[in-house]
Design a protein around this ligand. Structure first.
Ligand code: 6CS
Length: 312
């Protein structure tokens, strides 16, 4: 069979590299073919998720930044400073998390989706048209965020004016001043040339970009055992590959940005400068418990237990 797989990035970006490895594994170990649809071929992120729920696509890679509107518990990934900065801990969390391996699959299943894996895409940094060193600097700054209510709350707590937009409107929005700032991992700021329309990059250390691979559940459940196994194995191989691929990617992407635009500033906030941002975490957690759906408390508690286990 031919399986259709859509994702939110270009072929040579992290989700694309993951998808190519998945395709390679499936095709090397079966007679199935995987047809890849990068960003822009089938619409925005929300469109490809809907197409997967409808069974038009078999696989979709979508980030909780967009899924949070559909599965409120998935907004947990936008509590700031929850995920560790340390890569070993972060990777262990993604491999072993009960939240990801047990709770989220049930929540995604309720939406007709088989959650195959979640993986990190890199440290999230803020790009802006002015320097950001404190919450006061965010005053009146319109920060584009993904369409996720908790991410909006988080940037409000940071002192900014968050503006949710789908990805396709971001470059133009920054260029025309509809928005002044945005957040994303370094590789994406580089590959999409967002640095061309921004002057400052700030590393606040508040998050890592999480994303998820899913299948249409009816399709997946209807497959013979050996095909389900094939998909699980291909997912595991792509997961390992993408963690390996990301070694050093943040730093090499920042170097490429600075080479392309020497006037850009890259600032890592000190612990002292981060403190007022870190202090918002409690308030954003409280908001998550209000708007994060019926299993919000369970998800947050299990996530913290998983993070403790990963830190040992
Ligand atoms: O900011 C966004 O909307 C996009 N960022 C990344 C890293 N991947 C896809 C997503 O659409």
């Amino acid at each position: 069979d031919t399986w259709r797989y859509a994702f939110e990035e270009a072929l040579d970006e992290v989700q694309g590299v993951f998808a190519q490895k998945f395709k390679e594994e499936v095709e090397a170990n079966s007679d199935h073919e995987v047809q890849l649809f990068p960003f822009g071929t089938l619409g925005e992120s929300d469109n490809i998720l809907e197409q997967t729920q409808a069974g038009i696509l078999q696989f979709v890679n979508q980030s909780p930044g967009f899924t949070g509107a559909l599965i409120p518990e998935a907004q947990v990934f936008f509590v700031p400073y929850l995920l560790p900065e340390d890569e070993d801990q972060l990777f262990r969390f993604f491999r072993e998390s009960e939240t990801i391996n047990s709770i989220f699959p049930e929540l995604y299943a309720d939406q007709g989706l088989e959650l195959l894996t979640m993986y990190p895409e890199g440290e999230v940094m803020v790009t802006s048209d002015r320097p950001i060193g404190s919450p006061a600097d965010f005053d009146d700054v319109k920060v584009r965020v993904m369409t996720n209510p908790l991410l909006v709350s988080s940037y409000q707590a940071f002192g900014a004016t968050p503006t949710p937009l789908p990805w396709g409107e971001v470059y133009g929005g920054l260029q025309t001043g509809i928005v002044d700032a945005q957040e994303n991992p370094a590789f994406f700021i580089e590959s999409t040339r967002m640095y061309e329309v921004q002057d400052h990059i700030t590393r606040m250390g508040h998050n890592n970009f999480t994303t998820a691979l899913m299948a249409n559940k009816e399709f997946f459940d209807g497959l013979p055992e050996e095909d389900q196994e094939l998909i699980r194995n291909a997912t595991a191989a792509a997961f390992d590959h993408i963690l390996e691929y990301q070694q050093g990617l943040t730093e090499s992407s920042l170097e490429a940005i600075m080479e392309a635009k020497p006037s850009i500033t890259v600032t890592t906030l000190s612990e002292e400068e981060r403190a007022p941002f870190r202090d918002t975490a409690e308030q954003v957690e409280a908001t998550f418990l209000e708007i994060g759906g019926p299993r919000a408390q369970e998800v947050l508690d299990q996530m913290k237990a998983d993070l403790d286990a990963a830190a040992e």
